[in-house]
Every structure is written in structure tokens, then in C-alpha cells.
Design a protein around this ligand. Structure first.
Ligand SMILES: [Zn+2]
Length: 413
């Protein structure tokens, strides 16, 4: 079955919307936060754990699977869903981002990109056609066009050249696809330049994709800049198709982008921080190795209903972490991923969209801040980015929605 996206509800006061997407491997609801399964696994969790947490769609990285164990091997073993025992919606990226971020010896040409493996130094080439071929072998429900992530900062000329390259590659990706049971997303580039973003969207729409991603953000620019780029780009995208903001981000970033009409997100923040012993709580980050927790019999977050908090003390988690026990990673990840008790269904990031839309939306007046409507009405800068500095607001947003605290942006590479 081919992918179908339906909008269930739109917010009156913002561009936020609730949606439902049907794929060959079932349904996922939007806004959706995708856990990152870099090597065909969300580190330390089983698919059953993920489902119990309410995860409906996850992401895996083409670059890593191409190098090891190899896409052809995965194809022969029944495809990535079967290989990793995840029989639900799945998205793979094109591999481009990792090629650029993990390798120093990268050669980009019109034809494609050449690089040296970070594993064994072997030389490889990925063209747009190859990126599609690999992703067709893996068999995810949503696959991505090969793009060049425009570096930051980049001058107008450089950003334009890079955007043209992405357009050329996008066309070739579209023309080379053979499987029609997968959705193919185009990626909008154009650096921080509104005219380039606009041209890129127009050209991609002309080519026609099943959904659109905004790439080239959270690459070192300011938050204000990111909000600006997203708010300028989203309205140009088709309103009846999925919009995916790649590699974002903190809960605050996500809420802002949901408000602007973005449907999908991915970020390694919850899982990576968990493995480093950094746990999210309402009051901020809790560094579990600290001596003050040695005799602390309380859970990470009193009142948290996750498996870890229901059953283990800070003292025990600290001990596991210092002893470098495998269970430390698992229990920490379970907490950071924000699990509801069984039966409650969706994780906070997905639920947040529901709550916002169901309780009156994102606030009334477009220009002034209002505390009137919705649980978060008062905490959103209505003029994108301008008033975001208020740390208190950020914390409140965070506490109210996710019971977690924002951390610097990261993206798995
Ligand atoms: Zn917990």
C-alpha cells in the first residue's frame, strides 16, 4: 500500500496540525518524533520497548547500514523491517549527512559524492541513483533524496551552488526509483537565504515528491535564524503533505516547529544523553554519577511513571553507571525517552500536539504574547524568535509538555 496522509485537525491560531499517516507497515500519527536507530537499532532498546513507549515510527541511517552489514545482505535477509524486527513504519535517510559529517576525505561532484569509510578507510561512491538503490534494498516506508547539507555559514553564491546540486540530485533520485510502495521525500536546502529556499521549494514541488523535508538547519546557526528559516519555508510547502524538519531538536524547538506546521522530527538527544548518564527531569539535568546520589533512594523523577522510575533508585542507577553495567544504558534510555505507563499510548512529544490542539491552540493574537489560551498559550513568542530568550518560559514549556529540560542541539553522526 502506498503512503496516505490525512489531516485530522488544524489549529485555529497557528499552523499546527494533527495528522495520521498510513504506510505499508501501519499507521503513525503526527506530530511524530522519531527515535534514531543509527545501526538498525535504537541503542539499548528492543522494538517491544519502543512500542510500549508509544513509538510509531523510527529512523535508521543508510550510511551506516550500507557500510556494515551492507544493504544487499539486508535485502537478502528480508529487508530492514525483518532484519531489525520492527514491523512498523520506518524511515531511512539518504546517507548524505553522515558522508559529510563523518569523513574528512569527501569529494563532491555533479555526479555524486566520494568518500573514505570511517570504519576501514575503503573508498566508496554514492550517487543519487545509488542512494535510492540502497534505500530500496533496505525497504523503509519513507526514503530520502540525496542532498548536500549546505554548510554554515555559507555565502549566497555558495548556498546557491549547493542548492542547485541538491535539486539536480533530487531529480535523479526521483527518476531512478523503482519501488512504488515507498514514499520518497525531497529535501529543501538553500542555506539561510529566503530567495534560495523559495526557489528550491518551487523546483521540488515541480518535480513532485510524496513529502518534503527541511534540511540544512541546526547546523550551527542561531535559534532565531532556524526559526526564521522554518517559518519562511513551511508555508511554501504543500499543505496536504508531510513536512519533516531534519535533526531537530530540543523540545522547545519542536514545539515551535509544530506551531509552524511541521509534522515530523528526529533527534538523538534523549538516547545519547541517557547513555552519558544525563537524565532529564523537571528541574533540569540530573548527572547520575554525582556523589550526592550515592545514598539517594528516590527515583530519578518522583512521579514519573516510566519503568525505571517505578522500580529503581538514583543510588542504584548511579552504581550501575559507575560500574559500567549494560543495564545502566537501558534504564537511563527508558527514562529519557519519556515513557507513559502501558496503555497510555503515545509519548510526550506526540501527545503534546494533541494537547495543544485540543485545548484551544497555541494562543490567540499573532503579535502579542498571551497567557490566555491553552496550556502553553503564554509561553510562545508570537513573533518568531524575538522573545525566546526568556529562560523561564523555556523551562515552563519544557516542564509542562515533556517534563524534561532542553539541551543543546545534537544530531547523530
Ligand atoms: Zn522515569
Amino acid at each position: 500500500m502506498f503512503m496516505q496522509f490525512e489531516i485530522l485537525k488544524s489549529d485555529k491560531n497557528s499552523s499546527a496540525r494533527l495528522g495520521k499517516c498510513h504506510t505499508a507497515h501501519g499507521v503513525f500519527h503526527t506530530p511524530a518524533f522519531m527515535a534514531v536507530g543509527t545501526q538498525g537499532t535504537v541503542k539499548a532498546l528492543t522494538p517491544e520497548d519502543l512500542r510500549e513507549m508509544g513509538a510509531e515510527i523510527i529512523l535508521s541511517n543508510t550510511y551506516h547500514l550500507y557500510l556494515r552489514p551492507g544493504h544487499e545482505r539486508i535485502r537478502q535477509l528480508g529487508g530492514l523491517h525483518r532484519f531489525m524486527h520492527w514491523d512498523y513504519p520506518l524511515l531511512t535517510d539518504s546517507g548524505g549527512f553522515q558522508v559529510f559529517s563523518l569523513n574528512s576525505l569527501v569529494k563532491i561532484s555533479e555526479e555524486g559524492v566520494e568518500f573514505q569509510s570511517h570504519l576501514d578507510g575503503s573508498r566508496h561512491g554514492i550517487t543519487p541513483e545509488k542512494a535510492v538503490e540502497i534505500q530500496e534494498a533496505l525497504g523503509a516506508d519513507i526514503i530520502m533524496c540525496l542532498d548536500e547539507c549546505t554548510p554554515y555559514p555559507a555565502g549566497h553564491e555558495e548556498a546557491e551552488r549547493s542548492m542547485e546540486l541538491t535539486l539536480n540530485w533530487s531529480r535523479r533520485c526521483r527518476d531512478s526509483r523503482r519501488r512504488l510502495d515507498q514514499a520518497l521525500f525531497g529535501i529543501v536546502q538553500g542555506g539561510m537565504y529566503p530567495d534560495l529556499r523559495k526557489r528550491c521549494v518551487e523546483a521540488l514541488r515541480e518535480m513532485g515528491f510524496d513529502g518534503y523535508a527541511i534540511g540544512g538547519v541546526s547546523v550551527g546557526e542561531s535559534k532565531e535564524k532556524m526559526v526564521e528559516v522554518v517559518s519562511q519555508t513551511v508555508p511554501l510547502l504543500p499543505s496536504d503533505q508531510l513536512r519533516y524538519l531534519m535533526g531537530v531538536g530540543t523540545p522547545f524547538d519542536i514545539v515551535q516547529a509544530v506551531q509552524q506546521g511541521v509534522d515530523m522530527f528526529d533527534c538523538v538527544l534523549p538516547t545519547r544523553n541517557a547513555r552519558n548518564g544525563m537524565l532529564f527531569t523537571k528541574r533540569g539535568r540530573l548527572v547520575i554519577k554525582n556523589a550526592r546520589y550515592a545514598d539517594d533512594d528516590s527515583p530519578v523523577e518522583p512521579g514519573c511513571s516510566c519503568y525505571t522510575c517505578r522500580n529503581y533508585s538514583r543510588a542504584y542507577l548511579r552504581h550501575l553507571y559507575l560500574a559500567e553495567e549494560i543495564l545502566a544504558m537501558r534504564l537511563n534510555t527508558v527514562h529519557n525517552h519519556g515513557r507513559d505507563p502501558p496503555g497510555h499510548g503515545r509519548r510526550p512529544v506526540e501527545r503534546m500536539g494533541q494537547n495543544l490542539l485540543c485545548s484551544g491552540g497555541f494562543g490567540t493574537g499573532r503579535r502579542k504574547r498571551t497567557r490566555a489560551t491553552g496550556p502553553l498559550g503564554g509561553f510562545f513568542p508570537q513573533k518568531a524568535g524575538r522573545e525566546e530568550k526568556s529562560g523561564a518560559g523555556e523551562n515552563c514549556v519544557y516542564e509542562m509538555i515533556l517534563s524534561k529540560r532542553p539541551l543543546p542541539l545534537e544530531r547523530e553522526s
